[in-house]
Structures are given as C-alpha cells and as structure tokens.
Design a protein around this ligand. Structure first.
Ligand SMILES: [Zn+2]
Length: 135
C-alpha cells in the first residue's frame, strides 16, 4: 500500500485484533491464494530447473514449505507452464511408478533468473524494513 497515509495505516492497525484477522482470513481465502500463487509458481519452476519434478513430489515439497495445494492445482499449473514452454515433460520410473517428470527449459531458466532477481529485491526490501523496526 504505497499511497496510504499514516492516519490510514494507524486505523487499520487498530483493527488487527485476532477476530478481525480470522474474519479477514476466512473471507479473503481466494485473495490469500492469489497472494501466494506467484511464490508457488516460482518455487515449482525452481525445482523443475534444479532436478525435475513430478506432480505428487511437488505437492509434498510445497507442503513441507507450508503450502497446502492439491492435484487439482498442481497439474493445471504444470500443464500451463509446459504449454508456455517453461518446462517440458518426459516419463520416468520413480520408486516403481511411471511418473511424468517436468524439467525447466532454456526459456524456463531465463524466466526463473528474472524472477529470482525480483524475489531477492522484494526480500531485501521487506527484511530491510524489519531490520529497521527491530535492530
Ligand atoms: Zn523447495
């Protein structure tokens, strides 16, 4: 919120009681998903470029990082990335199962490199702000 005045920020902060927070989280479920969808996409592309991924493995990896997403989300996401040329798939046997494994393409690596710059810049800004608040 770049254009919010100090007064507005203060009045918002006073509304941040636990019940207010719960209400927001409950009603803004889809909005929160939108907030994290870019992070999830970058995370998926990262692993596809690093070692290759398959749907279930990526669901478990994301779960490990605190994102609860299911097959109904991950497969369309992977198919979308493939149709845009960011990843390509091939079949492989993993622990006795035939899996469709997705690997980052050259274009995918380029997109990831750009995204990493943006993630670093954002992280620096967010944590710089924290450092100023809690030196
Ligand atoms: Zn990861």
């Amino acid at each position: 919120m770049l254009s919010v005045s100090d007064k507005d920020t203060t009045s918002f902060a006073s509304e941040e009681s636990p019940s207010f927070y719960n209400r927001v989280m409950k009603t803004a479920g889809t909005g929160i998903k939108d907030l994290y969808s870019g992070l999830i996409r970058i995370h998926v592309l990262h692993h596809a470029c690093e070692e290759g991924i398959f749907g279930l493995g990526m669901i478990q990896e994301l779960r490990r990082h605190g994102y609860r997403i299911g097959p109904g989300t991950i497969y369309p996401l992977l198919h979308g990335m493939e149709s845009r040329g960011l990843v390509r798939s091939s079949f492989a046997w993993i622990s006795g199962r035939r899996r469709k494994v997705y690997y980052g393409t050259r274009a995918g690596r380029r997109v990831l490199a750009e995204a990493k710059k943006k993630v670093r810049e954002l992280a620096n800004e967010i944590f710089e702000h924290d450092r100023k608040k809690h030196p």
